[in-house]
Ligand binder design. Structure first.
Ligand code: PMP
Length: 362
């Protein structure tokens, strides 16, 4: 039996054990090719199959309509922060952004380098402990797109629903909650996410975009930074991150085997229920950072009454086989990332540890 940590890392993060074992089996000799995925041509039939399958599974799981392209790119979600405005923000137009926290701010910073950018909703007043209210957005008339972050990985907040933006394309950074729940893709102009939380290892970034947006890229954008380049070539314009793409395919197949996104969401609710339960039933020993209606199903942020106690808590978790519970360095506190591949047993073990820690330190 392989010994596995209770892995609550924020990303790169836990992968399904079954996926790792499948990759291990195929590692040295993929389907009788006499070589690993990493050693074969990305123009080979075998790799083309891997690439197509990953795309098809993503399309199937998210029920992506036919007039959307799916791309697997490099550069992480951080490159998307720049690619979105480079391709879609034309002169005379304004990019509208929702400032929901640390990652939204990074996206806004990049857009400002490219063109006119306006923050149309912000959670700054609540110090990002809740998602901003998006029910009455006032978008400038010349809005090129509205960008939001569906899940703020650092603060532990998540949008429960998405605004109706009419003809204005809605663009979402879903890096930390893609494929964690069913989604109506047709509500969006574009969705992007780094793979290293819910989809696989780092190195691949998924972009799902409506074709009319892809085809309206600004002139003068360098070839590698254009969506149409990658959409036209099925993500094979240049050498792709082939092993990461293969792993994404395996993870998507695993999600499908679990029963798809509705089943995965149900499991995620059960998992986070255990940990939020331990917080809520602690009588204030633990306090959740996010307000109830904005609580994330992926990143649970919480505090103890003193930093000293938090240090003791971290030390205790490390001694008991838990990994990754320290909050992000920018905000401190504690964070448990409960992405799709984190098993229910890990969440149960953490909830049990929390109760025991309270009993001995409360
Ligand atoms: N957006 C969100 C919501 C994230 O959580 C992250 C990574 N933690 C990023 C963007 C940046 O992703 P990458 O490291 O792939 O550039």
């Amino acid at each position: 039996m392989t010994k596995r940590a209770y892995n609550f890392n924020a990303g790169p993060a836990a992968l399904p054990l079954e996926v790792l074992q499948q990759a291990e089996k195929e590692f040295v000799d993929y389907k009788g090719a006499g070589m690993s995925i990493m050693e074969m041509s990305h123009r080979s039939k075998l790799f083309e199959g891997v690439n197509d399958e990953a795309e098809q599974l993503a399309r199937e799981l998210l029920q992506v309509p036919d007039d959307y392209s799916i791309m697997l790119l490099q550069g992480g979600a951080s490159t998307q922060f720049a690619m979105v405005p480079m391709n879609l923000l034309s002169a005379g137009k304004t990019a509208a952004y929702v400032n929901s926290g640390s990652w939204a701010k990074k996206a806004i910073k990049e857009a400002k380098l490219i063109g006119e950018t306006r923050v149309v909703a912000s959670a700054e007043e609540s110090r990002f402990t809740a998602m901003p209210n998006l029910s009455q957005l006032d978008l400038p008339e010349d809005t090129a797109y509205l960008h939001l972050t569906s899940n703020e990985t650092i603060e532990g907040t998540q949008l429960a629903a998405f605004p109706d933006t009419g003809n204005v394309p809605l663009i979402a950074d879903m890096s930390s909650d893609i494929m964690s729940r069913p989604l109506n893709v047709s509500q969006f102009g574009m969705i992007y996410a780094g793979a290293q939380k819910n989809l696989g290892p780092s190195g691949a970034t998924i972009v799902i975009a409506r074709n009319d947006l892809i085809n309206s890229s600004q002139a003068g954008v360098p070839t590698m930074l254009r969506y149409d380049t990658h959409a036209k070539s099925k993500s094979l314009y240049n050498t792709p991150p082939s092993f990461a793409v293969y792993m994404v395919g395996l993870v998507l197949k695993w999600i499908k085997g679990k029963g798809g996104l509705a089943a995965v969401e149900q499991l995620n609710r059960a998992k986070t229920g255990l940990i939020y339960g331990a917080i809520d039933e602690s009588g204030g020993f633990y306090s959740g950072v996010a307000e109830a209606e904005s609580r994330s199903l992926m990143n649970i942020t919480f505090r103890l009454q003193s930093e000293e106690l938090e240090k003791l808590f971290i030390k205790g978790t490390e001694e008991h086989g838990f990994v990754g519970l320290k909050g992000h360095r920018d905000v401190g506190g504690l964070r448990a990332s409960t992405y799709n591949a984190v098993p229910l047993e890990s969440c149960q073990a953490l909830a049990d540890f929390m109760k025991e820690f309270q009993r001995t330190h409360g």
